[in-house]
Design a protein around this ligand. Sequence first.
Ligand code: PMP
Length: 433
Amino acid sequence: DAPETHSTELLQTRRAHFAAAQKNYYVNPPQIERGWREHLFDVHGRCYLDMVNNVSILGHGHPRLAAAAGRQWSLLNTNSRFHYSAVAEFSERLAALAPPGLDTVFLVNSGSEAVDLAIRLAWAHSGRRNILSLLEAYHGWTVASDAVSTSIADNPGALESRPDWVRPILSPNTYRGRFRGRNASEGYIAAAVEELARIDESGAGLAGFIAESPFGNAGGIPLPPGYLEAIYAMVRERGGLCIADEVQVGYGRLGHHFWGFEEQNVVPDIITIAKGMGNGQPLGAVITRREIADSLENEGYFFSSSGGSPVSCVVGMEVLDVMRDENLQANARDVGDHLKSRLMGLMDDFPIVGAIHGLGLYLGLEFVRDRESLEPATLETAAICNRLLDLGVIMQPTGDHLNVLKIKPPLCLSRESADYFVDMIQKVLSEGW
Ligand code: PMP
């Protein structure tokens, strides 16, 4: 018999006391206790290849990070109302990563907080409320970031329960959306024009626009060419601010460039980041222009008890140092390109593989029942993820139909691990899908 991969008693304790809305992966999850690079190990010593962890960008258990955090903990940890070197140095380094003009940083603890703050900045700066957002998006769990999260995969009632300042536009999904191929840009931009006309008519005006590029929650699908350029221009004509949510896709993961918005040739007014920037340490940031940041002063001061703490800043800087020293963005590009081309190869043999989306180490493998109708293979995707676990691969679905494998491993992923992942998908698909 295969060894039991989890302690039933511990799982029962979790279910008894850890609120149920905080769902865990898998019905019978492995009980993990250790991580190393792109691997996780359960209590029986079994090794798993972690292909979904977009937070541990350096990989699990990085000794330099553990040493830097430990050193700083024993020296000092406090809040940013005190003056210490790490908060100044880290803010300077983050501003240097952003396009010229975006030179002012807020430090918070998560992506949700960063998005919430970005929305508040757009409200404060414009004096208006309406926020244009994309259908099929996820931006966080706090009240404002949840409001602009319209993905029905995460919340089937999402569209009925939005406050009226949320103005969602058609998901610019170039694979299975209403507009495809050469007409995609035109069609999706026209859909935005219609919503903007309704906002204009209401007289309430526009505060801002938020989007991910590429569209991570939809499975890493690229936005249609020229899409952000056109929408940004229309938003700015109305005095609104453009927010790039780089929590998932930014910070080097795309390999070919550091920021997702670079792919669309735009410069946002506000950038939100989190996840990988702390490699698991709660860390998030907003990077913007000084005059936008200053508009929050009219509402009083801004303070986050542990946002920008010495430990968080030191961890954030160590992450950047390790990324540079280990060439992780270049690895994301090279291993990502190799992985994508091998995954594309599966399309020849398995009709269920509808498309491979994405770039670098943010890829989406979309399963369909029919390549013409694009009927999503939702049940099959769940079964494939469960079977992959048997073979030692951690993988989960995303997208409104939960039919896209979200492939976003640590950026230190080796070519051998990438090959193992594709070999195991090939094996599962050969078993009869
Ligand atoms: N924005 C995007 C695009 C995200 O993917 C997420 C998290 N999945 C968030 C914001 C929220 O980040 P956090 O979970 O750190 O609050």
